[in-house]
Design a protein around this ligand. Structure first.
Ligand SMILES: *Cc1c(COP(=O)(O)O)cnc(C)c1O
Length: 403
């Protein structure tokens, strides 16, 4: 393969490139306005004002108040803090020890819930059904007098399905239960207003929206009782210590403003690309779109190909300059199929042949055309070498119901 091979980055659900605007907004805070925002002299204050401006910007993008925004080091930290902090506070104040989540959350949520199980909490994992969606009536039925917290992601990172969050949150409000959502994938793709949508806590991350890795935020509605996350200095109103990462926080706010301010444009631009890709890929025999087509992120395409092995598919795509993923990034490297694909009812053999293509602000329709040119050839090559494909083709094994 020569170096002139076309490059298509189609893994924006894993991370994104920092945008020019974000980079330029951050640069002054490394070598000019590098002061500590807690310092009283002017260099410190020159960092303090932009920090508070960034907080106001993020708040405005979410329909929150500035004092409800806490900056963190990543989406995973926001999830950990929201879930552990609120669950433990609910237990110590009201004796509540039950948590409800869904079966296909990001590991930052699932493993946090499992850690709380080891502390004596009980956790209900709601099914997400074949379409990748939680049923509001099943949430309603799962709530008990002991329920401390419900945490359900806004949009799934692997199959892109968008949950009916306003409906779920309204149920929680009516039942007096806290509602947290991991909105890392939803920011910029779904209109979000935490007040109108009754969201008590919301996690977001910079590097999924063209800001750098290592910065995130947590919205905590004022009045929600939650434990301090990091003991130390008085930063983040004494709840999350550590000298603020001013440059990246400014970068995050810049990215948020662009992402949240252009949701409609993004949906209008990405949806036709996504749908052309889906239609084209469905022409490959024994391919299957994972999750609802309708309730889906505008940039997400997730497929399973029978008789294909996901990792080999990724390696061949990479040779053609296409960066994509199979299963969720956190589990790649292990041979276990993704918990997300298993949660929508796929058998291991089918889940193994998965491919996620996710678009961001730098993808174009030409990327779609290139993928559609390359992908069928690669699938054909892999199937030619696959004993499983042979068995499927000759009817020795049958996965007809997963097409
Ligand atoms: C990426 C991601 C996270 C983790 O965010 P980090 O900033 O990488 O820690 C959490 N939840 C979802 C849905 C994600 O896609």
């Amino acid at each position: 393969m020569d170096n002139s091979v076309r490059k298509v980055y189609a893994d924006n659900a894993a991370t994104t490139a920092v945008s020019e605007e974000v980079l330029n907004a951050m640069l002054p805070f490394f070598r000019e306005n590098y002061g500590n925002p807690s310092s009283l002299y002017s260099l410190g204050q020159q960092a303090k004002a932009p920090l508070e401006q960034a907080r106001a910007t993020v708040a405005q993008c979410l329909g929150a108040k500035p004092n409800e925004i806490y900056f963190t080091s990543c989406g995973s930290e926001s999830d950990n803090w929201a879930i552990k902090g609120a669950a433990r506070a609910q237990r110590s104040k009201q004796g509540k020890t039950h948590i409800i989540t869904s079966a296909f959350e990001h590991h930052a949520v699932l493993h946090t819930c499992q850690a709380l199980e080891r502390e004596g909490f009980t956790v209900t994992y709601l099914p997400v059904h074949e379409d990748g969606l939680v049923r509001p009536q099943e949430l309603e039925a799962a709530i008990t007098d002991s329920t401390a917290l419900v945490t359900i992601m806004y949009a799934n990172n692997e199959i892109g399905t968008i949950q009916p969050v306003p409906e779920l949150a309204a149920i929680c409000k009516e039942r007096g239960v806290l509602f947290h959502t991991d909105a890392v994938q939803a920011i910029g793709n779904v209109p979000i207003d935490v007040k109108a949508q009754n969201i008590d806590m919301l996690s977001l991350s910079g590097h999924k929206i063209h800001a750098p890795k290592g910065v995130g935020a947590l919205y905590i509605r004022s009045g929600v009782s939650i434990e301090t996350f990091l003991d130390g200095g008085a930063q983040e109103r004494g709840r999350r210590a550590g000298t603020e990462n001013v440059a990246e926080i400014v970068g995050l706010a810049t990215a948020m403003k662009i992402a949240a301010g252009t949701v409609e444009e993004r949906i209008a631009r990405l949806t036709p690309m996504r749908d052309k890709l889906i239609e084209g890929i469905l022409k490959i025999e024994r391919s299957r779109l994972n999750g609802s087509k309708e309730h889906r992120l505008p940039g997400n395409v997730s497929f399973c190909f029978q008789g294909v092995e996901g990792e080999s598919l990724l390696l061949l795509l990479d040779m053609y300059g296409i960066s994509a993923s199979s299963g969720s990034a956190c589990t790649s490297g292990s041979l276990d199929p993704s918990h997300v694909l298993l949660s929508i009812g796929l058998p291991h053999e089918v889940a193994h042949g998965s491919l996620r293509l996710s678009f961001g602000d730098y993808n174009t329709m030409e990327d779609v055309d290139y993928i559609l040119e390359v992908l069928p050839k690669i699938i054909g090559r892999l199937r030619n070498m696959s004993p499983l494909w042979d068995a499927i083709r000759t009817g020795k094994v049958n996965y007809d119901e997963y097409m």
